[in-house]
Design a protein around this ligand. Structure first.
Ligand code: S3P
Length: 167
């Protein structure tokens, strides 16, 4: 199925942009993190704490495999870490058109400073963790992208109209 697939770092705006595209194109919106946390009835942090990260990653993979078979077109936001898992590579490519919301380190750091907790960047050295993870992840996101949009450098409405033109 040719879903619209949104990828990008934490704080890049995947949910906000995804929800808006879904509204404008009259499609359902799915956030994979939400599907996983609903299945488990636990927060991401609690799943990481109780069962470990590999267990969470396995659940993400189960969900994208289900979505490949889903015949109803959707806008799908992938958790930031999902494209980093090698086992997901072939599935992401089958999901649909991939949009990478690319944020600069400065933009993401600012947005994540006061964000809800995320097990991978929590702690005193949040800025360093963001920098390191972003460096690892940006080339991987770029590799998957059919469309790359810079986020944080222009008003939201402008981002949406430019993106919708490309889709
Ligand atoms: C993660 C990002 C989160 C969530 C989990 C792991 C990551 O998703 O999947 O906490 O590895 O960066 P968001 O990108 O929606 O915050």
């Amino acid at each position: 199925m040719n879903h619209i697939v949104i990828i990008g770092f934490m704080g890049s705006g995947k949910t906000r942009v995804g929800k808006r595209l879904a509204k404008d194109f009259d499609l359902p919106f799915i956030d994979i993190d939400r599907v996983v946390t609903r299945k488990m009835n636990l927060s991401v942090k609690d799943i990481f704490d109780k069962f470990g990260e590999p267990f969470y990653r396995a659940l993400e993979t189960t969900v994208i495999k289900e979505l490949i078979k889903d015949q109803e077109q959707k806008v799908i936001s992938l958790g930031s870490g999902l494209p980093m898992q090698e086992q997901n590579e072939k599935y992401i490519k089958q999901l649909g058109t991939v949009v990478y919301l690319k944020g600069s380190y400065e933009t993401l750091k600012e947005r994540l400073e006061n964000s809800k907790s995320n097990p991978l960047i929590d702690g005193d050295d949040k800025a360093d963790k963001i920098k390191k993870l972003l460096k690892q992840r940006d080339p991987v996101y770029a590799k998957f992208a059919d469309i790359e949009m810079i986020t944080g450098d222009k008003p939201f409405e402008e981002l949406i109209s430019q993106l919708e033109e490309k889709l």
